[in-house]
Write a protein that binds this ligand. Structure first.
Ligand SMILES: N[C@@H](CCC(=O)N[C@@H](CS)C(=O)NCC(=O)O)C(=O)O
Length: 215
């Protein structure tokens, strides 16, 4: 197998896949596509992924976009056991629900707030963006009442969601008193080696870009 990942580490979806790759200890070659500079809009990259998003994976002749699809694929194909993505129907259903929550709520909320300030020249988050982030925190707090986001087992739901939550935390720091479960879960995730190695650097870089644009 030859695995290639098109990536830009400031991106939360990219960082989630990088953490999965690290967890599975997969040999992957990386190609940087800096979407902050519009590098994803070349004809060459659009031929690979018409949605022109990172992350994008190539496994020999197989091409796949979307961090969640990529993580599932890597786990289904290369993981030695089912711990990251349990096969028990109910456990898996909870993991899937959290992944859809990440895809349908956390990432759009993050994109909305970040884009306003960084790409659209807003000097701060609008009230609407703040409301959306607070609502995302309230919901995640209710999902985080156990040790990990899908129960007592660490899964890909933790990896995907913490990539977005850590990024939202750069926009509005999580209030430990208002969201105690979310805060405790986030702290647990941030102590993991895969987080320190594969999420923290890109997330810190994103925080710096964001703060440099806030008036
Ligand atoms: N749902 C997708 C979102 C991917 C995405 O939108 N990536 C952004 C960077 S965070 C991107 O590549 N944007 C460039 C573009 O849309 O042209 C995933 O999970 O991979």
């Amino acid at each position: 197998m030859v695995l290639t990942l098109y990536k830009c580490e400031i991106s939360a979806p990219v960082r989630s896949v990088l953490m999965v790759i690290e967890h599975l200890k997969l040999p992957v070659q990386f190609v940087d596509v800096n979407f902050m500079k519009g590098e994803q809009l070349t004809e060459e990259f659009k031929k690979i992924n018409p949605q022109h998003t990172v992350p994008t994976l190539i496994d020999d002749d197989f091409i796949l976009g979307d961090s969640h699809a990529i993580s599932m694929y890597l786990i289904n194909k290369y993981a030695k056991d089912d711990s990251l993505y349990p096969t028990d129907p109910k456990l898996r259903a909870i993991v899937d629900q959290r992944l859809h929550f990440d895809s349908g709520i956390l990432f759009p909320v993050l994109k909305y707030g970040f884009s306003q300030v960084v790409f659209q020249g807003g000097k701060k988050l609008t009230d609407e963006a703040v409301e959306k982030i607070i609502s995302a925190y309230e919901l995640t707090d209710q999902f985080a009442t156990k040790t990990w986001l899908a129960g007592e087992q660490f899964t890909v739901a933790d990896i995907s969601c913490v990539a977005c939550i850590s990024t939202l935390n750069e926009l509005i720091p999580i209030d430990a008193k208002k969201y105690p479960h979310l805060y405790a879960w986030f702290k647990r995730c941030s102590e993991l080696d895969i987080y320190k190695k594969r999420n923290a650097p890109g997330n810190n870089a994103l925080g710096e870009v964001y703060r440099s644009k806030v008036a």
